[in-house]
Design a protein around this ligand. Sequence first.
Ligand code: ZN
Length: 209
Amino acid sequence: MTDPASEVYSPESQARRLRIVRPSGTVDLAAAEVAVRDLLLALGHDPDSEHLSETPSRVARAYAELLTPRSFDLTTFPNDEEYDELVLARDIPFQSLCQHHLLPFHGVAHVAYIPDGRILGLSKLARVVELFARGLQVQERLTSQVAGWLEEHLQPKGVGVVLEAEHLCMSLRGVKAAGSTTVTSALRGLVRDDPRTRTEFFGLTGRAR
Ligand code: ZN
């Protein structure tokens, strides 16, 4: 047995680091350029005109970036203070691509959890949102993927995720609902089941209802 008096408090030694990589489809930039060129032609534009000659490669690179998740190191620490209230990161900006129109949707995410045994660096909540935002998405799935991921990797007492986004496919075309936002939420554990926590969560996100 270790003598507790001889233990030195060292948060680093208690840190657990995990490399997070989300697999995505391989982007063939050259093939994407050809396809964008064909799309321009099909839309009645001349891809060889002076103004459009660089467009296929720019578009291909832009889509590649929006579709490729960035890997990161997830570091968790023991919850030595036994903090058991909500931890909330509010107004995390994100952008994603709507899988129905290949147009962006963008807005802010509010991500909260109630720690159990481990806590995580606050900036990592934003990285988790980005991890799932980079790809072809629908807002509902993005919301539940962020919540499910935190539940799985942190095993907290509860998770709450709210996304507010403007979809360009809605605001630029069709019904032209400019300025309208779509709100989705995913609640797990105590945030879902305990009415007081749930009310507190929506109050803190500014989505009280
Ligand atoms: Zn859409």
